[in-house]
Write a protein that binds this ligand. Structure first.
Ligand SMILES: Nc1ncnc2c1ncn2[C@@H]1O[C@H](COP(=O)(O)OP(=O)(O)OP(=O)(O)O)[C@@H](O)[C@H]1O
Ligand SMILES: [Mg+2]
Length: 323
């Protein structure tokens, strides 16, 4: 019997090369997702907007060729001044606005505007509107929060549990019997968030979730969103609160006059100070202090200014310990 050693040699080398390549790819995958803080759940696009143009009936061109992408597991912030186009863009994601041109994809499927497709999209994507008065309508808080889960056809016990959990999470447990219209602005906002939370959407979009909330309330809501994101929910918020954004988001889109003018990691986006200011925004306070210390006092913070108190503390301790 003739054994072809060359053949086996060739086969095993090819096999090991293949294994090596596969292993490398797997390690890259793990590294990438760890680095991006969405370990093993990221990398799959859940929402994509391509070349969106939108004009209001009076002719105002609110969105001009917008491209926007969210991957599963991300926490994304859309940052822009008043009138930049944030709310207009968000209202495209559940089909309330239909673009003049461009397309929206949800989980890879093109958004269509018939009743069935819209219902499907709205089960995946929950939007908390900027103004809670546009969202709350039921006579009591508990009925309002229960409305979404009831419509999903869930058993009554499950609905009750979700109402209780959601109200607890937003700090509004105990207000079940109150009329939403007798609540303060901040309380309404929390109930509106609870209503969407109770539907457990895959992707939760919140238009200015912290506006109207006191500092503790704003931190509480952002911490809640951060925790939900850690549990696997994809989250998109719009805001102009530049101090809170870097703490809680892993990707930023900067919108100005209906156009996305930058996107990337918070450090990347905030490193272009001129661009941030040209969009009528500012650096986070802590980064502004670092900029002054750098320009006036010669302190070297390296490639970028720290964006959070934690980063600033680490960099300042570094500088102190060097001397
Ligand atoms: N119903 C409407 N009819 C005409 N123009 C509108 C309408 N709603 C909004 N606009 C205009 O569209 C542009 C974008 O508005 P949009 O509400 O999306 O901004 P925004 O970024 O959400 O601002 P804010 O931070 O104040 O909420 C603005 O120029 C605004 O004046
Ligand atoms: Mg708005």
């Amino acid at each position: 019997m003739i054994i072809n050693f060359n053949f086996f040699y060739f086969k095993s080398i090819t096999f090991f090369k293949f294994l090596n390549g596969f292993l490398l790819l797997f390690l890259k995958f793990i590294y990438f997702h760890r680095y991006n803080n969405y370990y093993l759940v990221g990398g799959i696009t859940i929402l994509k907007a391509i070349n969106i143009v939108y004009e209001y009936p009076d002719g105002t061109r609110a969105l001009n060729n917008i491209n926007f992408k969210v991957e599963k597991g991300e926490m994304v912030a859309l940052l822009g001044r008043n009138g930049a186009g944030k709310s207009t863009l968000f209202l495209h994601f559940n089909g309330i606005h239909q673009a003049k041109s461009g397309e929206i994809f949800i989980d890879g499927e093109k958004l269509e505007y018939d009743k069935k497709s819209l219902l499907k999209a709205r089960q995946k994507i929950g939007i908390v509107f900027q103004n809670p008065d546009n969202q709350l309508f039921a006579p009591t808080v508990e009925e309002d929060v229960a409305f979404g889960p009831m419509n999903l056809g869930l058993p009554i016990r499950e609905v009750e549990q979700r109402v209780k959990d959601s109200l607890e999470k937003v700090g509004m447990f105990g207000f079940e019997k109150k009329s939403p219209h007798h609540l303060s602005g901040g309380q309404k906002k929390r109930v509106a968030i609870a209503g969407i939370l109770a539907m457990k959407p895959e992707l939760m979009i919140l238009d200015e979730p912290t506006s109207g909330l006191d500092p503790k309330g704003a931190s509480h809501i952002l911490k809640l969103l951060h925790d939900l994101n850690k549990e696997g929910m994809t989250i998109v918020i719009s805001t102009h609160d530049v101090d809170l954004v870097p703490v809680y988001s892993n990707k930023i889109f900067l919108i100005s006059d209906g156009e996305i003018i930058a996107n990337g990691l918070p450090n990347e986006v905030f490193s272009d100070v001129e661009l941030i200011r040209s969009a009528d925004l500012r650096l986070p306070r802590i980064a502004h202090l670092a900029e002054i210390l750098n320009k006036k006092d010669g302190l070297d913070f390296g490639d970028y200014y720290p964006l959070t108190i934690g980063e600033a503390r680490a960099k300042i301790l570094d500088l102190v310990n060097k001397d």
